[in-house]
Design a protein around this ligand. Structure first.
Ligand SMILES: C[S@@+](CC[C@H](N)C(=O)[O-])C[C@H]1O[C@@H](n2cnc3c(N)ncnc32)[C@H](O)[C@@H]1O
Length: 340
């Protein structure tokens, strides 16, 4: 059947599928078309996915003969109008499944948890995700099915990360970004990963093998402990130096380097004057932020102004990573400091 589709690189297929599902803009009655280097995802009428995910194209899609059991909701023997309240997506962190539920379904949390436990291969524990909070962005979770600790090992981009869902921030939705920044790294450069959490950006950079050294900084001792555990298992581990410190403390005496990453999406902008001097002339800052969708276009100028303390920065790229809420997006900004 002819329909509008979103063409995405194969490496970003899962990220795009998730984003469309969350925004309820993926057509479930048509099958995704797989080509040599890209995928075409069928879109519902009127869908306007962020252009950074891929380009739009009319395409002939095969009709799904029989809707496959692709959703955990198929395991629940509920009337259709109740099933519609269920979220379509959930997160998998190692052997832990995390789901957010609307208040109307909290009473059925046990039943939903058991369905997820059966649906996700290898799942051990299912948690109700109440979002992240506090300076350390710790996730509030409540066990709804299965058992065992909130610690796990999460596989991403061929690497295994030590994660503690309760004690340190980690999002499985950023795998594409971790890999993208690692691809951008250049031979011999030095990098800072500010607000590194359990260190996915740092570990990926070191694994890619081109950086001379990465310093990974976070104020949460649990995050640094988990990062040390991950690094201890890899031969490239010594290239990453974990530092338990605040951005303020670290920035006061650290010399500038060629690449700086900062993923502190809610308040990172306030650190602009301290972060700008950490970027060497000609170097890049990769900055992540949650912004209202109608303000995304203007955000480049705001970031440039926030960094201007040590001379001009120019935004080279601004991309939407994924929708964050019905009215906001997580964006990735690459700003380059003038100089060399
Ligand atoms: C959204 S998480 C990002 C973690 C990691 N970069 C990632 O992408 O998975 C933000 C992290 O910043 C840390 N953090 C918050 N404020 C900080 C500050 N002023 N100095 C150092 N770390 C901070 C928190 O402990 C948390 O681990």
């Amino acid at each position: 059947m002819r329909a509008r589709g979103l063409v995405v690189e194969r490496s970003r297929g899962e990220e795009a599928r998730r984003a469309l599902r969350e925004a309820r803009t993926l057509r479930e009655d048509l099958a995704i078309v797989r080509r040599a280097t890209d995928l075409v995802l069928p879109l519902v009428d009127g869908a306007e996915p962020p252009s950074s995910l891929g380009r739009l194209e009319e395409h002939d899609f095969p009709v799904q003969e029989r809707p496959s059991r692709t959703e955990f909701r198929d395991l629940l023997d509920w009337p259709a109008d109740r099933k519609r309240l269920l979220p379509r997506s959930f997160d998998i962190v190692g052997d832990i499944v995390l789901i957010r539920l609307p208040p109307e379904l909290e009473g059925a949390r046990g039943e939903i948890g058991e369905a997820l436990l059966r649906f996700v291969p290898g799942a051990r524990l299912v948690g109700l995700d109440r979002g992240v909070e506090g300076v350390e962005r710790r996730r509030r979770v409540e066990r709804i099915a299965g058992g065992g600790p909130w610690t796990t090992r999460h596989r991403e981009n061929g690497l295994a990360f030590d994660v503690d869902v309760e004690r340190a921030y980690f999002s499985p939705r950023l795998a594409g970004e971790h890999a993208r920044l690692a691809r951008l790294s250049r031979p011999g450069e030095r990098a800072y990963d500010l607000c590194c959490g359990v260190g996915p950006f740092s570990v990926m950079l070191a694994h890619a093998g081109r950086v001379a050294a990465v310093t990974a900084i976070d104020a949460n001792p649990a995050a640094i402990r988990l990062l040390r555990g991950t690094l201890a298992r890899y031969p490239f581990g010594p290239r990453v130096q974990p530092v338990e410190a605040s951005v303020e403390e670290f920035a006061a005496s650290a010399p500038p380097v060629e690449r700086v990453i900062m993923n502190l999406p809610r308040e990172g902008i306030k650190y602009g004057p301290q972060v700008a001097p950490l970027v060497a002339p000609g170097g890049s800052l990769h900055y992540y932020e949650v912004v209202r969708r109608d303000e995304v276009r203007e955000r480049g100028n705001v970031v440039e102004r926030a960094l201007s303390a040590v001379g001009p920065f120019a935004v080279r790229e601004l991309r939407v990573v994924h929708p964050y809420s019905p009215s906001s997006d997580l964006i990735a900004v690459t700003a380059v400091r003038a100089g060399v």
